[in-house]
Design a protein around this ligand. Sequence first.
Ligand SMILES: Nc1ncnc2c1ncn2[C@@H]1O[C@H](COP(=O)(O)OP(=O)(O)OP(=O)(O)O)[C@@H](O)[C@H]1O
Ligand SMILES: [Mg+2]
Length: 264
Amino acid sequence: MKTLVIMGRGGTGKTSFVSLIADYFIRTEQTPLLLVDLDPDQSLGEMIGVDLQEEGIKSIAELIEETFIERGGTTIGVPPSERIEHRIWEEGMYEGEKFDFIAIGTKWVEGCYCMPDAALRDALSRLIKQYRYVIIDAPGGLEHLNRRVTAQVNDIIDVLGPSAKSFAHLERAKKIADECGIHYERFISVGGYLFPENLAERASAIPDTRYFGKIAYDEEVSRRTIVGESIFGIAPDCPGPVSVEKILTKAGYTNFPIRNDQHK
Ligand SMILES: Nc1ncnc2c1ncn2[C@@H]1O[C@H](COP(=O)(O)OP(=O)(O)OP(=O)(O)O)[C@@H](O)[C@H]1O
Ligand SMILES: [Mg+2]
């Protein structure tokens, strides 16, 4: 099981990148996948063609609130993390054929969330074990790092935008992740679709991070996201998918083909 967190400043192309990564893993039969939308804006659903509301699926924030805030924390003898894990499976999980999907959501009322956060962290760490890849779409802000809901990850990938501020974001994100004690194996940067090629060298020079190339501008990705169509199933020879495959190959996420003799 590998966990990838995709982050970066607003509008750099994080959510479409997450969708293209998922589409690549599905195309190359590297499943099961869990997609996690950590962004309060919840735009991942649209890009992968899932309307959680229509499906009657609740956000994790709603479940947390219902479980720990409205009903009080200590009514039943079941530990909090098991209670929330159970409810996520029952009410907060979209289960598709090729991928599952959960959204953290917006409805996080004020107050101390130490207990729910710890419970959620625990529940998620158990829940994600069944997947080959967990891909997390993180919001532009860095608060989610402080909350450490995702404390153990393999790769943090920061999508760089067209401005120098992106480098500051990358360095700050790394600093916060380190200070918060988030365990990760690699801190990676990639150029977003608007990232100028001539800044690649500068990106490669940032200490303790690795630059793995740039997501290509793709007319079809742009068209689909503007009209609210799913990115899934976009032709693999389009510039977007080709560039994402290149990045993933560089990062070592190559497909291991299913050998025919395995079924004999
Ligand atoms: N590879 C691409 N080629 C062309 N256009 C793209 C590409 N990726 C993203 N876009 C355009 O940029 C917009 C923003 O992309 P996306 O929503 O993925 O960014 P984001 O970083 O997730 O934004 P936010 O910070 O708001 O969550 C899309 O609606 C789309 O129009
Ligand atoms: Mg987004």
